[in-house]
Design a protein around this ligand. Structure first.
Ligand code: ASP
Length: 344
């Protein structure tokens, strides 16, 4: 009798346990949109309350704009464009209005977008007059037979297709200009210390390389998409282009696997083909999103690089790993619940 009671209790607890975890799985929130506003040395102790608040409200606004599109039944591409526009138009982020300066004191912008339903993609690099480079990338994808356009040609094509053109002075902000002056000063000091005049080959300083924006989304039709927009790295030279506009490096989407947008030291993301690397791990090694993304960030760290990425898979699971002190990031679930985070 005693034994059978114990058996019954054990059975009940096992059954309840099973039911509970099944229910938890069923109740797991399905994500529809994830954004990032760059990774880097983002520490609470260096942040004022008002600046922190400004970031939180801009990231929230961006998530709301993207979510609105998804809610209305629009495509993940529309959601990405809407979410990224908000961040491109804000001086807080290194994209559009807040883009960093090149060594020559110019703002050269890069962006890419990819449609996971058909693997179509578009990107622009080194553009100086396009207010919202993510829309130029979309135009390249939708309205041309090409994937990537650079410089003057990309600007001409964008203008022909109704993309808003601005004077390069639109991108001038004091904060970024001061950032370039600090970088130039450091270059000079280092060159003097090394008795080396080859300033071109000095590696960038930690904070000269972050602040890109990106978005990945899953729409009601089950289509994944990814987009990334950036000013690149402060003090970049010789027409340097980072990972953001390179399909498979900083940006990638495939309905079969995952949508990815990266931020960080671009050269390392290019060398490790970071975004496609996540997709390949999921496709061929059958890894889940968490393991696949973490392994790619670990690989980048091993090479000596840093940064982070955002990812969403076809079932609405997400991952946002980074190996820096912080990454501006936010998520929205299918019921419209928004979450914004900054620090580790
Ligand atoms: N990945 C970008 C680049 O290397 C920079 C960033 O993420 O902020 O151009």
């Amino acid at each position: 009798m005693k034994n059978s009671v114990i058996f019954l209790l054990t059975l009940m607890s096992i059954t309840m346990g099973v039911n509970k975890s099944a229910a938890q799985i069923n109740n797991k929130p399905k994500y529809v949109l994830v954004i990032h506003g760059g990774a880097g040395t983002i520490l609470k102790k260096n942040m004022t309350d008002s600046l922190e608040q400004a970031y939180i409200s801009k990231l929230t606004e961006s998530l709301q704009a993207g979510y609105e599109q998804i809610k209305q039944g629009k495509s993940s591409l529309d959601a990405i464009e809407a979410a990224i526009h908000i961040m491109e138009d804000s001086p807080l982020f290194n994209a559009g209005k807040g883009a960093v300066f090149t060594n020559q004191g110019k703002n050269e912008l890069d962006a890419a977008i990819m449609d996971g339903s058909n693997l179509k993609a578009g990107s622009v690099a080194g553009v100086t007059t396009i207010k919202n480079p993510i829309s130029a990338a979309r135009a390249v994808m939708d309205k041309s037979d090409h994937v990537m356009m650079v410089g003057k040609g990309a600007e001409e094509f964008s203008q022909m297709n109704g993309i808003e053109i601005v004077d390069p002075s639109y991108f001038w902000t004091k904060q970024r200009w001061d950032g370039l002056q600090r970088a130039l000063e450091r270059d000079k000091e280092r060159a003097e210390l090394d008795h080396d005049d080859k300033q071109a080959f000095l590696p960038p300083y930690k904070d000269e390389k972050f602040g890109t924006v990106g978005c990945v989304a899953l729409d009601k039709m089950g289509n994944l998409a990814a987009g990334t927009s950036t000013g690149g790295m402060t003090n970049k030279k010789f027409g340097r282009v980072g990972d953001a506009p390179i399909i498979g490096a900083g940006t990638y989407a495939d309905n079969e696997t995952v949508a990815i947008s990266c931020t960080g030291w671009g050269e390392f993301f290019i060398r490790s083909v970071a975004a496609y690397n996540v997709s390949a791990r999921m496709k061929y090694a059958k890894m889940n999103i968490e393991k696949a993304t973490q392994e790619v960030i670990d690989e980048i760290e091993k090479l000596g690089g840093d940064g982070g990425l955002i990812a969403i898979d076809k079932s609405g699971n997400i991952a946002m790993p980074f190996n820096t002190e912080g990454m501006y990031r936010g998520t929205v679930t299918s019921d419209g619940k928004i979450k914004v985070e900054i620090y580790k």
